[in-house]
Design a protein. Sequence first.
Length: 275
Amino acid sequence: MPAVRPRLLYVTDLAYQARGRRYCDEDILLTSRLRADFDLALCHPGDAAALMDAFDAVVVRNSGPVLGHREAYDAFRERASSAGTRVYNPLTGRADMAGKQYLVDLSAAGFPVVPTVDRPEDLHRLPPADRYVVKPKLGADSLGLRIVTADALPALADGATLVQPHVDFAYEVSFYFVDDAFQYALYAPHPDRRWRLEPYEATAQDLAFARRFIDWNGLTHGVQRVDACRAPGGELLLVELEDLNPYLSLDALDDAARDAFVAALTRSLHRFLAG
């Protein structure tokens, strides 16, 4: 009899329309490769709670912003937690998985983060700027983002929004990890074209910056993306730590780098299932 292969429920919204990205292409590629090692079925995030009991683990990938299916996602989390279902990434993430409060907390703790506050009494902590960015804590894909002047901030910093100075950065760069292992980095050399990404040669200093946030988050398994910007002073500042369903921009990699990532993900999933 052949050995029983692990069964994965792969959660994705193939119809989700993202600006500048085709989520469906990435998940079609990944699932076509993962089928070499796993029995695998795809489902919409709205169906995950009803289907997951028939699988050894649930892999949450390009499922779109949780805001689009909040009730279904909350029901999935509750059921998975109570049943002890293996979910990849694990549901213990402290970053985007739990909302954007971590940016406020990390900023207050002195981490290299774009300065962030959420209350009127803390606005003095922000450096002076001509413009400020205001966005919802439970936002995604720039939904609800506004750029305002300082006089508008007291009325907008209501605890449910994030307030940050508008940083005139040189470029944005993303560092991609599987478990705690760095895989590759990509950057957008033109700030007005966020998703026109090119390979980026990360320095030891860059990786020390990114790994600081991976270590802080403490996920033992999973895929994470550390998004940063190169500030006017030359330092990197964290923009976002995506630990729920980070888009991987695999189409920006060459074949060798893409193959290496798929191999790392496959090994990680086997370790996750064995653990």
